[in-house]
Design a protein around this ligand. Sequence first.
Ligand SMILES: Nc1ncnc2c1ncn2[C@@H]1O[C@H](COP(=O)(O)OP(=O)(O)OP(=O)(O)O)[C@@H](O)[C@H]1O
Length: 254
Amino acid sequence: MVQPALEMRDITVRFGGIVALNKVNLTLAPGGVHALIGPNGAGKTTLVSVLSGERRPSQGRVLLDGQDISGLSALRRARLGLTRTYQLTALFQNMSLRDNLLLSLVARDRPRLSLADLARRRDPGRHAAEVDAFLARFALEDKAAARPAALSHGDRRRLEIAMALASGPKVLLLDEPLAGLSTADAEALIRMIEEGIKGRIPILLIEHDMDAVFKLADEITVMVNGNVLAHGRPEAIRASAEVQAAYLSEEDDF
Ligand SMILES: Nc1ncnc2c1ncn2[C@@H]1O[C@H](COP(=O)(O)OP(=O)(O)OP(=O)(O)O)[C@@H](O)[C@H]1O
């Protein structure tokens, strides 16, 4: 069997009397897109926080490339390449897009440096071609000299994902990447994920936009009230009477 890129085994999280995650198992195949869906309160955000290391589970283990990372901090996990996009919204507001991207590339090459050291050590010449390629791939070429504050919502989201990718992740956790985007921006981002990331870097996708989920996912896990209700290929999930009954009736656009 191929070793999973990321694995959670028997994860349980309790908040007082609430069981937010109940012995949840989830596996991310190398290069695949695994979508996690479920109604409000299902436990999706809690699950992502457990993976990223921001929340300690009451029970269970997390493995990255077969290595048990359950005891590691969020920072250590990020350095190992477990990348949650919103962490990278720590964009440098006084730097251009080009310099922000450059920092991600330096961080990839020197994962142990502090942010201040990264900023000092950036060498525009060395990574120029790579920065240009990222700018082009995410349709940000004409904004290269702009500061993050000048960007539209869609541009900003694409920059965050470009920076996550530039940092050389082993696994990407995309937590509602399409939230708040216009239809055109969402379609553009779906295309970029499909063409630029899918198949190369494993993605855990949490997303309410079901069109995007069915377009991008290789496998889907459906959660309800902290439990995994179903897991399988998109066609099987769409056809499942159990999923229809428990979840789909709540989501008009499924
Ligand atoms: N810090 C907390 N303290 C107490 N209960 C919490 C906390 N965080 C989450 N919960 C509870 O845990 C359960 C799972 O919440 P979670 O936010 O993970 O769900 P979700 O699937 O991400 O929902 P949404 O789609 O609304 O973001 C819910 O019952 C929620 O009320």
